[in-house]
Design a protein around this ligand. Sequence first.
Ligand SMILES: Cc1ncc(COP(=O)(O)O)c(C=O)c1O
Length: 395
Amino acid sequence: MKRILSERASQLKPSATLAISAKSKELKSLGVDVIGFGAGEPDFPTPAHIREAAKKSLDNGDTFYTPASGTLDLKKAVIHRFAEDYGLMYEPDEILISCGAKHSLYNVFHAILDPGDEVVILAPYWLSYPEMVALTGAKPVIVDTSEQSRFVPDPARVKAAITSSTKAIVVNSPSNPTGVLYPRDVMEGLAALAEENDLLVISDEIYDKLIYDGKPFIPFASLPGMKDRTVMINGVSKTYAMTGLRIGYLACNRKEIVKASANIQSQSTSNPNNTGQAAAVEALTGPQDEVARMRDIFQRRRDFMTAGIEKIPGLSVVNPDGAFYAFVNTSAFAGRKDVADSTDFTKYLLERHHVACVPGGPFGSEEHIRLSFATGEDVIKEGLERIAKACRELA
Ligand SMILES: Cc1ncc(COP(=O)(O)O)c(C=O)c1O
């Protein structure tokens, strides 16, 4: 019998974050009181004015196809937000609306990569980057960062990884899973490498509005000379708590990249859902005060969670500047009882103490686990107590 699955599909790993939520949901359905630190989404309801816009759009009968690359209204709303927030100007044909930022990334990787091309990815990385790059036949080239340098990349190490086959660098600041924001000089170092080696920068800026302590966000395209090299990826999922409405977008003034990405989309999914697009217009053009309110709550939870982690002997964490994850070093427990690495550590936590966390392996580090603080302080408190107990058992 012929082989059924393609080689690409056989090699693709399922998303570990989605797998852990499934396992924790399964335990919950059996009546187990599971503390969930796995979530990659805000726990707030979508703001009311955004939900109203979605309802209105349905009642208006906007339930049909839209242009495959997204509605002009939404492209204009995206342009408005980038202009207002960052002074970055784009044209409607420089924007592609997709079914989430994940889909934007998928489209653009397929638009720019051929088998044999290489893409530099900085570890720890969001787990979908290497998988998506590999799916195109290109090669993900991982460049490690060190915890001592707060997971901030060293441009000299990035330089050493660049070859004549390198096509792009992926930048994700603030990062999932570390929450770390790259300082300006490091961003400039990466920009210089892009310039010298004629590379594109795929800048995933999905957490740009979830940055704490008033630190400024630097869009990669705003760096000198970088607008021509940057594919800016963003979306409404995290900022406006609307993950399920599945709207993301890319902006790039290399129109051929946007057009090729749009062609891929038009031959695969067609337009992202109509209602989600209407809701996203309201999110981007309506009042923005909910964004600040949610960010402030996330900041308090971050402080609460990191302070709690620091109190647990054996655990340590780099303070996240943004996003809603703490990337916790658990290497002190490697080799204790049945725990060889972070995957075993998360299994131990889930099965024995009913705390769901994501192992660091799929993010490029077996020494860490990822804890999401997109959950209430009472849940964080209880979850950390359980983790402390697990650590005492393992010590
Ligand atoms: C770094 C990063 N990029 C992209 C995404 C995808 O977001 P979306 O829901 O818009 O597809 C996520 C979601 O977890 C993320 O963490």
